[in-house]
Design a protein. Structure first.
Length: 129
């Protein structure tokens, strides 16, 4: 089992919303909460982001939040950028960090292949050894 840590504790919901606003502004897209997913996603994030969890569980929480579409645009980019910051703090060699960020981003976006998910989980399991 991978090491447990409060990976997402520094990312309040206000920071999540601000990150989405920045991404939307860069592309002249509307930054606005959705009526269907925003409240539920905010509640899930606020309940879970400070909990200790494995890195794999943190990536899954970001994936779930992306799938709930709390904002009109750039949900995947918002949550992928958050997990990218988490991975950056691991101080991995540059090539490995690139691969791990890419794998995590694909998982968050929901486009990861089974092989990518397996590789990411193997990385997470090695972290606890």
């Amino acid at each position: 089992m991978a090491a447990k840590h409060a990976w997402l504790a520094d990312f309040t919901w206000e920071m999540v919303a601000a990150q989405n606003a920045v991404l939307c502004a860069a592309k002249n897209a509307l930054h606005k909460p959705t009526s269907d997913g925003h409240a539920q996603t905010q509640e899930l994030w606020e309940r879970m982001h400070g909990e200790e969890m494995s890195l794999d569980e943190a990536v899954d929480l970001c994936r779930r939040c992306h799938r709930s579409a709390p904002f009109c645009f750039y949900n995947g980019n918002t949550f992928a950028s958050i997990i990218a910051v988490v991975i950056k703090k691991l101080s991995l060699p540059a090539e490995e960090a690139y691969v791990i960020r890419s794998l995590a981003g694909h998982i968050v976006a929901g486009v990861a292949t089974e092989e990518e998910v397996r590789a990411f989980r193997e990385f997470c399991d090695q972290m606890s050894q």
